[in-house]
Write a protein that binds this ligand. Structure first.
Ligand code: AG3
Length: 281
């Protein structure tokens, strides 16, 4: 890092950085090192173990993309499970869908929820209601998502994995065993999505996750989107149980959503992938 800047270093010395005014908070949680910075131009920045999780001005580029394509492709998503996502941005987008009757968020690190509630303007009110158990449509469980998926009996229409990268502690969330448990917990039809890392800088992790998902899900789709704060384009993997065509979304339901980045009317543009990656997939 250099003075007055936060830089996340990716493999091969590729960096993504923000000019920062100051560090507002830092702590070592039970699971990871958490930092919050005030940036010059993008609001507050949340960092876990040195990796950018979000900036307030632009986080929707990730959260909209992770949530709305799959919920608009599913014919009637009433029950949704979010794994990770402790900052609340993903759940905030999920609850924009009126069909969703119950959403469960399983976050391993209470420290992320607390710091996000205290310092970030991402989903403050929602996190407060979750902590006080006053949110009628959603429940927060502090726990290990891998264990939860393996042990719980509850079924969901959509499972959304908002985790750190497929390297390090979240690696298990990209394993065959985890995908099998996820498939098991999905209703038919059901849909699964995970962020899958930087297209250019984590290509091998993307390929590994794609191949592992293919062994379990009935259909697997990949797509990419430019996310503010990450080494873009960023990749996403979608797994389907039963009969859902992820190439189509419900444009009527989409009209009810206020979207800034993801454009349901141009859904097909999500599937852009650099040629060499497509040929490897
Ligand atoms: N999702 C974090 C995605 C991983 C970012 N990776 C990176 N910067 N190397 C969780 C934060 C948003 N809810």
């Amino acid at each position: 890092a250099e003075d007055n800047a936060f830089i996340e270093w990716y493999p091969r010395g590729y960096g993504v950085g923000f000019k920062v005014k100051r560090r507002l908070f830092e702590t070592q949680t039970q699971y990871q090192r958490l930092e919050i910075y005030e940036t010059e131009g993008f609001g507050k920045l949340l960092v876990l173990d040195g990796t950018v999780q979000l900036v307030e001005a632009g986080e929707e580029s990730y959260h909209e993309t992770l949530v709305h394509p799959v919920l608009l492709a599913h014919p009637n998503p009433r029950k949704v499970l979010v794994i990770g996502g402790g900052d609340g941005g993903t759940l905030r987008e999920v609850l924009k869908h009126g069909e969703v009757e119950r959403a469960v968020m399983v976050e391993i690190d209470e420290g992320v929820v607390e710091a996000s509630y205290l310092y970030l303007d991402v989903a403050k009110d929602l996190l407060e209601r979750l902590i006080k158990k006053e949110e009628p449509r959603a429940e927060l469980i502090i726990g290990d998502g891998v264990k939860y998926l393996h042990e719980s009996e509850e079924k969901f229409d959509a499972i959304i994995v908002d985790s750190t990268d497929p390297v390090g502690p979240a690696k298990l969330l990209f394993s065959e065993g985890f995908y099998r448990d996820a498939y098991e917990r999905l209703n038919d039809p059901g849909i699964y999505i995970t962020q899958a890392g930087s297209v250019y800088l984590f290509t091998n992790e993307l390929l590994d996750a794609y191949r592992a998902m293919k062994k379990t899900f009935d259909r697997v789709y990949y797509f990419s989107f430019p996310v503010i704060g990450y080494a873009s384009p960023w990749s996403f993997l979608v797994g389907v149980k039963g009969d859902i065509d992820f190439r189509k979304v419900d444009l009527e339901r989409a009209k009810g959503l206020k979207l800034y980045y993801y454009d349901p009317e141009r859904h097909e543009t999500l599937f852009q992938m650099p040629r060499y990656v497509r040929e490897l997939l």
